[in-house]
Structure formats: C-alpha cells, structure tokens
Design a protein around this ligand. Structure first.
Ligand SMILES: [Cu+2]
Length: 858
C-alpha cells in the first residue's frame, strides 16, 4: 500500500437535550464569525466607491477579519484532530477569539476613524493573540512531534510567528511615525509576512491533509517527507525576503522569494500526486484547487514585481494584484475549505452532513466559472464596461457562496437549537443580504430607483447629460408629468463625479470618461439633481428637472443664497487663543544638505483653531495650514509622495517645478497616492496648492504651502521667518454659504500661516541689530498682500526671482507687494528693542487678521 487513510471526524455532539453542547457549538460559532467578516468584506468592496471607503478596508476585513479568524480556529482544530491532542479548554478558545476580534475591530476602527493610537492598540492585541496561540500550539504539540502528522504543527508555528511579525509591522505602519521611505519598505515587508507567511504557510500546511480529505482519498505516501523538506526552505526564504524588503536590498528579496516559491512547488508535488490518484469532483475540491492555482500565479508575479522595483515601490506595484490575491487565492481557498468543513463541523449525523454539503455546493460550477473568469478581467486592460461587469460577476459569485454558507449555518441552528445566537446569525444574514443588494445596485443591474405608480403616460424622455467643468449640462431638463425620464450621464471631466437626484436615483461615482444610464423613473413633479462630491454642488454642479408649462424657467437654482454673514462680524481677534493652540512655526530652517529631498504630503481633513477661540474644519496638507515647507537650492530634486487620506478627490501643483501637468497634477481619489518629482531650476519663494477644481474652494479651505529655493548668492542672516498669507472662510467646507462668500471674494478674515492674528498671541522673536529675513508667499486665493513692518524699513527686497533692492543701494522699501501666487523676501535690521507689528498694509486685510508682532529684545 502506498497511501494512508485520513478522516476528519466531526467534533462530537452533545446528545443530551438541555446539556450545553461543547466543541461543535463552539466551532459553529467560530465559523459564523468568519462568515460575518466575509460578508462585511464583500459589503465594503461593493460600497467602496460610493462611500469613498479606503481600499485597504475590504482588504483587511477579509485578511485580518475572516482569514485570521479562520486560520486561528482551524489550525487549532487540525492540530487537535490529527495530532490526537486533548481538546483545549473552551474558555481559552473563547478568550482568544474575543481578544482577536477586539483587536481586529480596534485596528479597523482606529484606522478608519483616524485615531492611530486605537489602531496600534488593536494591532498589539493581534500580535498578542498570534504569540499566545503559537506558543500554546508549540507547547501542546511537543509530545506529538514525532508522530505521522507532526509536520502540521511546525507549519502552523511558522505561520503564527509570521503573523506576529506581520501584525507588529502593521502596528508600526498605522502609527504613521516613520519617514516615507521606511513606511513604503515596511509596507512591502508587512504584505509579504502576512500573505506568504501567515496565510500562505497555514494554507500549504493544511492542504497536505485537507486536500486528500476533500477529495475523499488517501494521503499519498511521501507526503510527510515533502512537508518536512519544504518548510525550512519556505521559512528561510520568507525571513530573507521580509528582512531584505525592510532593508531595501532588492537582490536578496528576490533570492528569498525564489526560495519560498521553490518550497511551494515542492509542497505542491504531493498535492498533484493526490489529485492524480483521484480527480477533483466537488465544488469544494475545485474551488480549493482554483485557489491554489492562483497562489502559484501570484508567486510568479510577485517575484517579477520585486525583481523589477526598488523596495519602496513594491507595495504600490503589487496593488494591481489585489483581485487575484484576495479573491483568486485567499477567497477561494477559504470558501472552498468552508464548503467542505462547515457541514462537517455543523454535524448532526451523516445524512445531515450530506444535506448541508448539498446546500453549500449548490450552483458551484457557475460560481466557480464566474469568479475565475472575472478575476483576470479586473486586472487586464479591458474597456470600463467589461471591468464593471467583471466586478459585478465577482461580487455576485462570492455573495452567493457566502449566503449559502450562512444558510447552511442557520439551518443547522434552526434544527438543533431552541436559542440560536441571534446576534451572530442576524449580523451574518443582514450583512450578506446588504452585500447582495449593494452588489446588484452597484453593478447597474437593478433599477436605479423606485418609480411612483402615478399617471404614467407611457412616454419616455431620454436626455444626454454631460458632467464637467463644474457644471451639469444641460442645467435644466423639461419633462411632462407622467413621462418617464432616462438620463444618459457621461463624465467628460478629469475628475470623478456622480449625479444624484432628490428622488433617490443616482449614478455610481463615474471616473473620467465613464458613463451610466440613470433611470429616474416616472416624473411626478420638479426635482433637483447635483454631484455629491463635497463642494461640487456649491461650485455649480446642479441641475433641475422641470415639469409642465408652469415651470418658472427664469429662476436660478443658485438663488438659495440666504447667507448670513453673521459669523464674520463676531471674530474677536484680541480674544484668547485656546490653551492647547500651537502657532505654525514661522521660523524657516536652512535648506537641508544634499540635492535630493523626499517628502510625504498627505491630505487630511482636520479641525484647526483659525482665530482666537474659533475652530474650523480645514482641508490640509499634513494637518496644518499652510502645509509643510520645502526648502532647497537651485538644481535640487524634490520627490513628493502625495497621499490622499481625505474623503474626496485632491491633487497637488508645485509652481517651483516645470513639467507637463497631465500626470503629476492629476486628481487622485481617497486612498490613492502618486509620486511627484520636480527639479527646482529657479530660485524663489514658490506656492504649491491643491490642483483639483474648484481650486477656489480647495485653496480657500487651506490646501496650500510654500517651496523656498535659495538664490545661489543668498547671504546668511541672523534669523529667517516665513509668512504665507491666506484667506479664511468659516462654515461648512464646500457648503453653499461658504462658497458664495468665496465667489464674492469676501473672507471672514485674513491669516498669516493659517491663523488670524495668531502672531499677535505668539510674537516672533528678534534682537536689536540682528539682520532678519522675512520670506512671504501670497496664497490668496483671491487677495494679494502688501507686507509691511511698522517701524522698520527694508534694505533688501527680493521678489519673484530677482533682487529689487540690496544693501548699499541708495533707496529703501516699505512694503513687499505680492499678487496671489507670488513670493519673495525682505530683510531688515531692527534699530532698537520694542514691539514691531507686521501687517498687510491693505488694512481691510491687516485689521481683519493679517496682523502679527515682532518682539525685539536687547
Ligand atoms: Cu483639494
């Protein structure tokens, strides 16, 4: 005989009525938790675009939520079953899962809610569970380490150790405390430790026994030898790859991954021999086989990506592989295993298991084909309609799988329990159902809206609608009451828009060039429509549907300008700043050494104190207004990693560089990033700002900053300060009222470095006789500046790339005049100690916030 028989027994059921069933109930519940996470991941994937959810959310709902729960539960189960260990105490299992899921929830909530401390705390819990689970497994399996299945424990121990490392790297990442290059490298290491280590090793280790079991055949001889041989190779390769990615050594990472891939090939040998012995025949076996096939493809693609990219670019480049990794590999292995295992753990005797299996395997062939045909289409360059259809197919296939598993679970509960666990069951069902609904709605398969059953005339009116340039064209659509309205909406702009009508009909978020058919339904009265991207409605992206002859075509829809300028009158600039307010540091540090500068700029929506006691939510670069200062010399190269952590599209435009704006200045969506590289070939004080329309709103809400490029002959001085002047508009960012004041050029206040009269409350320092250089940039968006220091004269004026005045010239200067987007510097020597105000000498600005103080000492 050349093979061994293995059988996975269902956990023993407790037959006594009223007695608490133990392991089977426990396993059923643990698997229900997996199903809930799966359903949430599906919902997040389907809802991602409309809700502008970050892309990592569905990724982590699947990997950190569903897969981690499944791996912890199943690795323990297999270890117990195959190594013939005594079952663990239920209290330990329950505690472990409770802590794990608390940690996972904290990671997700902290990261979504922008509270890194919570996310880091959650990641620490996950690391704790990984370490605890692995240690317990190691200790408990020690006695069994010489048995036939002893390799299993070793694979699981390595897998658990990889999770501990991967989750710890995740904790460092989410804390956001590292410089950009390190952040990128650790991200690559984090991805590999978790995917190839935690998930990959657990999957391969399990398949040695699960695969023959799923095929209902015997384990081929030599399996344990292959398993023993391949693990050290995989472990060494993985440690090497993760270490090398962290250190940024490309060739070592490639060698490590090649070792890992070789180990995976070795591990596949017994699996293929098993399949030759008995061909896959069930939904579960084909799904697991397809998942394993994708694993091989991914490994090859991964080696190629790492070989052709520097470590800090690996994570970004791997982004396109997400669907094959998440759905092709991880999703299918998980679903395929559950299709086989769930009916077994739900138990109830052979007949019940058989019925459960029939239920979860229903329509398996169409599901298998749908998913595996759709995955490549989401990656390959295909037309948008094909990609959209592929995603719909994918979501539909997965949703049916999850729903069937949930149904099997519910059925078993209904049959055996008087008190099913309502929370778990309800959440699973609700999440799965909403995923179905959302998947269908998002795919455009379903009706866009409910139509009211009123006086349909049977006529249909179809109108072509174009979105772009902050308008919806046409702005007015006339329809007869009872007519059915269909809008063929096309996004002709360079950024994403959608169209929402106030009867609830809406298009999905449309990328540039995409179109959608919006079935508005039978029109029963006038309607309003607009783009839901923040600020776009106020900027003019609205339309009206008018009915019959009575429509007052002359009315402008922007007429709801019932704006109260009340707030503006009540800014008390002499009031106290809050105790925790910190001024934007106006001290300009010298240019750092070197000719290459790397900087990360993240879009953040932050509430800031913008005037004494007044807080306002701002759109910021790196959480401050203005954003971070970049300084260098002529010829320096700046590499900017621009990350959009906001909730709407943004871009960035550096006036200091000279390049075609098409790519680097494009609008990126929430969760996306781009790299912007420019060489500073000309000296000056330059503006940078958000490049997304309407720029009036993006600048007016704080999205600007300065780049200082030193002239070659710049003399050292005693002190250097930078003042970026801007305008302050209170109220809801992008709201109609705020935007009306922006259009009229009527700010509530003017600010130096983001705060009205801030430097009245935190004066800048200097000493008498010192030479002080004041750099200035006028960020506008609408007004410039006439910068003046009361009691001082300037002997040096440098404006827009040239000196207008230098020491030794006969004349002097009293103000530095800058139009919006201009910059320069002035120098002065304070004659004696005292308090010297600095103002915009346009006193509408100076007395409304563009005001500060120099405190000059002895
Ligand atoms: Cu912006």
């Amino acid at each position: 005989m050349t093979s061994t028989d293995v059988r996975l027994e269902p956990p023993p059921r407790q037959p006594l009525p009223g007695g608490p069933p133990r392991r089977s109930s426990w396993h059923a519940r643990a698997n229900a938790v997996v199903l809930v996470w799966l359903a949430l991941a599906l919902a997040a994937a389907a809802l991602g675009d409309p809700l502008a959810l970050p892309r990592w959310l569905p990724v982590h709902l699947l990997l950190l939520g569903a897969v981690t729960n499944a791996a912890v539960t199943w690795s323990e189960h297999f270890a117990v079953a195959l190594l013939r260990l005594p079952p663990p105490r239920p209290r330990w299992s329950g505690l472990r899962l409770a802590v794990l899921n608390t940690g996972v929830t904290a990671v997700l909530a902290g990261a979504v809610g922008g509270v890194p401390a919570v996310a880091v705390g959650g990641a620490v819990l996950v690391v704790g569970v990984a370490v605890g689970h692995t240690a317990v497994l190691a200790v408990r399996s020690r006695s069994a380490l010489h048995g036939r299945f002893s390799y299993l424990a070793r694979w699981y121990i390595c897998s658990g150790a990889a999770l501990a490392v991967g989750a710890a790297l995740g904790a460092v990442l989410v804390s956001g405390s590292l410089p950009q290059v390190w952040q990128e490298r650790l991200l690559a290491a984090h991805v590999h430790a978790n995917l190839l280590g935690w998930v990959g090793l657990a999957v391969l280790g399990t398949l040695f026994t699960l695969w023959p079991t799923v095929l209902r055949t015997r384990i081929v001889e030599g399996t344990s030898a292959w398993a023993r041989r391949s693990l050290p190779l995989a472990a060494v390769g993985l440690v090497g790859a993760v270490g090398a990615l962290t250190a940024g050594i490309r060739w070592a990472a490639v060698v490590g991954l090649a070792l890992y891939a070789a180990a995976a090939v070795l591990a596949l040998v017994p699996l293929l021999r098993t399949a030759r012995q008995r061909r896959p025949h069930s939904g579960a076996s084909w799904t697991v086989a397809a998942g394993t096939g994708w694993f091989a493809i991914i490994l090859a693609a991964d080696v190629a990506v790492v070989a052709t990219h520097p470590a800090h670019a690996v994570a970004d480049a791997l982004g396109t592989l997400l669907p094959p990794v998440l759905v092709g590999f991880v999703g299918q292995v998980l679903l395929g295993s559950l299709m086989f295992l769930l009916p077994v753990v739900l138990g109830g005797g052979p007949a019940t298991v058989k019925r459960g299996t029939a239920l979860v395997e229903r329509w398996w062939l169409p599901r298998l084909i749908a998913v595996n045909a759709a995955v490549p289409l989401t990656v390959l360059p295909v037309p948008p309609w094909a990609e959209t259809s592929a995603w719909a197919l994918l979501l539909a296939g997965l949703t049916v799988s999850v729903a069937l598993l949930a149904a099997a679970f519910l059925r078993s509960r209904g049959l055996t329990w008087h008190t099913p666990s309502p929370a778990v069951v309800g959440t699973a069902l609700g999440a799965a159902l909403s995923a179905v609904a959302i998947g269908v709605a998002g795919s455009g398969l379903g009706p866009a809206t409910e139509t009211e059953p009123v006086a349909a005339t049977g006529g249909t009116r179809t109108v072509e609608v174009s979105l772009g340039n902050m308008t919806i064209d046409p702005g007015v659509v006339s329809v007869d009451i009872g007519e059915e309205l269909v809008l063929r909406v096309r996004n002709d702009d360079v950024q994403a828009h959608d169209l929402y009508l106030d009867n609830g009909a809406r298009t999905p978020m449309l990328d540039p060039g995409q179109s959608a058919v919006l079935e508005v339904g039978v029109v029963t009265g006038p309607m309003e429509g607009w783009c839901t991207v923040m600020g776009h409605r106020a900027a003019g992206m609205d339309m009206r549907v008018e009915t019959g002859e009575g429509s007052d075509a002359g009315t402008d829809s922007a007429a709801d300008g019932s704006v109260s300028g009340a707030e503006s009158a009540h800014l008390d600039l002499s009031g106290e700043m809050s105790p925790d307010w910190r001024p934007y540091d106006a001290v300009l540090e010298p240019a750092p050494g070197g000719t290459e500068h790397e900087v990360e700029i993240r879009v953040e929506e932050t509430e800031l104190e913008v005037a004494p006691g007044v807080r306002q939510s701002m759109w910021t670069f790196n959480g401050s207004v203005p954003g971070p200062v970049l300084r260098g010399r002529v010829g320096d190269v700046f590499t900017v990693t621009f990350v959009n952590d906001g909730t709407m599209g943004h871009g960035i435009d550096f006036h200091a560089g000279s390049l075609a704006p098409d790519e680097p200045m494009r609008t990126i969506r929430p969760g996306e990033r781009l790299t912007y590289r420019f060489r500073a070939e000309m000296a000056g004080a330059w503006l940078y700002h958000c490049s997304t329309a309407p720029m009036l709103q993006h600048l007016g809400n704080g999205m600007y900053g300065a780049v200082v490029v030193d002239p070659p002959d710049l003399e050292p001085v005693d002190r250097e300060y930078l003042l970026v002047q801007g305008e302050l508009y209170l109220g809801e960012p992008g709201g109609a009222e705020q935007v009306a004041r922006m259009d009229a050029g009527e700010p509530d206040a003017w600010v130096f470095n983001g705060t009205a009269a801030g430097y009245d409350h935190a004066p800048l320092e200097a000493a008498a006789g010192e030479r002080v250089r004041i750099w200035a940039v006028a960020a506008g968006p609408t007004s410039g500046t006439s910068l003046h220091v009361v009691g001082a004269r300037f002997d040096t004026v440098y404006k827009e790339g040239a000196y207008r005045l230098r020491p030794g010239d006969d004349g002097g200067a009293q103000a530095l005049d800058l139009a919006p987007a201009q910059g320069g510097f002035v120098e002065t020597v304070f004659p004696e100690p005292g308090t010297y105000p600095f103002v915009d000498h346009d006193f509408r600005h100076g007395e409304n916030g563009a005001h500060g103080l120099f405190e000059v000492t002895e």
